[in-house]
Design a protein around this ligand. Sequence first.
Ligand code: ZN
Length: 183
Amino acid sequence: MEKGKTALIVVDMLNDFVTGALKCERGLAIVPITKKLVEGCRKAGVPVIFANDSHIKGVDHELKLWGEHAIKGTPGAQVIPELEPKESDYIIEKRRYSGFFHTDLDLLLTELGVKTCIMCGLHAHMCVRHTSADAYQLGYEVVVAKDATDSFTKEDYEIGIKYLHDVYGAEILSTEEILDRLA
Ligand code: ZN
């Protein structure tokens, strides 16, 4: 994890996932540590990229399975106020689980000279996993902030983290360990 070649990707820390349509208590519980991670990365000069669901009502495939959530332009699709993006951050709007699928995330990371993606947010076994899959397949190293990532249940979280480690060789670290390495 080289400071000048690393970015933080914050997945779906949106109103609808934390307090809205698909809210979950475990998502709410990681807000303070995620805030610490985001602020620590900004301070270290590590780019902060929010990968946000931004669905088209009545069109997006995913809405059939999960019901309406994070509809583009609604408060539900905005980053939670505690993590409010700053001008120096980047926002990628996605319509599928992966932050890379039909978005310009790969282009942005290339332009920023990024080789390692630190993943955090929701959900470890879904959008974090699919975003990590594409990161891995595109040749990025994947680091997961284990205390700033979660899922609906402990079981889903553990399955997600194990998969990220076993299949993408992701390094599973705490926020403290990550910020120490970036210091
Ligand atoms: Zn979605």
